[in-house]
Design a protein around this ligand. Structure first.
Ligand code: GLV
Length: 307
């Protein structure tokens, strides 16, 4: 029995080392070198091409290498009978929180401006007043962990999701009106949503119209959450005043894309939270043990809901 590693655009050498270290007897099969084999009963996937998984007919389940499962929902990619899990542990959530805190505090504390003032030998000073309000769209495991970290720094947090339920210390908003209410209150509006049919294009002109003038949009969900043309128009109107984007409709972001040189857009190459090999190996082995025991993989999703 063994695990298929099916992640064509990822360098898996560190993960393979970790898996060998943590489970020396485990059989690993790397795609595309491996042909279908009756011993392969579990697969770790990242952007797998359509039509490959169905060839491995002995699979009992698959798991995403990361938190997002949107690339696995199409039955042509993962046949409908296979349960889908995800690998999203506390380290990944901390990674995300650190990145978001760096972006938010750097903007709030105007660190770019002081860099410019140093160049200009300008001694004007500035002190932050009220802590900003962070609006979190999507507040499951990663969002809840980020909310805790933000609050530990005295930042205010409110959330929005489909159920309207979130961690007890986070005031929540619900429904289409709740989304706009939160957008109207937040100084930083962060998209951490899963990509589903109901969240695709959720960051659009109507949401931007509801945002506070001077506020900042941060997208660390998926590029398909954002209507890019609507954002470019909205930035001209100052709502939002700045967009910090880690994910894009097309990745890598094409060299001719207007985001690269837009003065009110900050881009990074989908690196806000990167799964660490040690954690992925540990959670993958845990998930594999569950599947071998006839249980669902770790973080099993509801295919209907899409997360
Ligand atoms: C990253 O994008 C992930 O889904 O973990």
């Amino acid at each position: 029995m063994g695990i298929l590693l099916l992640a064509p655009d990822r360098d898996l050498r560190g993960l393979v080392q970790q898996l060998h270290r943590q489970a020396p007897d485990l059989a690993l099969y790397l795609w595309p070198q491996t042909q279908p084999h009756p011993d392969i009963d579990f697969a770790l996937c990242w952007n797998p091409p359509a039509g490959v998984i169905e060839q491995f007919s002995s699979l009992k389940a698959v798991t995403s290498l990361g938190a997002g499962v949107d690339a696995l929902l199409d039955p042509a990619v993962v046949p409908s009978h296979l349960p889908i899990g995800r690998i999203s542990g506390p380290e990944l959530a901390l990674d995300m929180a650190r990145w978001l805190i760096a972006q938010i505090t750097s903007h709030w504390l105007q660190l770019d401006q002081f860099r410019q003032q140093q160049i200009d030998k300008d001694c004007r000073t500035w002190a932050p007043t009220e802590a900003p309000l962070i609006g979190l769209l999507g507040i499951a495991t990663i969002g809840a962990s980020c909310a805790r970290q933000f609050q530990s720094l005295g930042l205010r947090v409110e959330g929005w999701n489909r159920s309207g339920h979130g961690p007890s210390q986070v005031p929540m908003h619900l429904g289409a009106q709740g989304l706009h209410d939160l957008a109207a209150r937040a100084d930083y509006l962060i998209c951490l949503l899963p990509l589903t049919n109901s969240t695709r294009g959720i960051l659009d002109r109507s949401l931007f119209k509801a945002m506070r003038p001077g506020s900042v949009l941060i997208n660390v969900g998926r590029g398909q959450h954002l209507v890019e043309a609507d954002l470019l128009t909205a930035l001209d109107a100052g709502q939002p005043a700045l967009a910090i984007l880690d994910v894009f409709q097309q990745e890598p972001l094409p060299t001719g894309h207007p985001f690269w040189s837009h003065p009110r857009v900050r881009v990074s190459p989908h690196c806000a939270a990167i799964s660490q090999d040690e954690e992925v190996a540990r959670l993958l082995l845990d998930s594999y043990r569950r599947v071998q025991a006839g249980e669902l993989p770790l973080g099993a999703i509801d295919r209907q809901a899409g997360y």
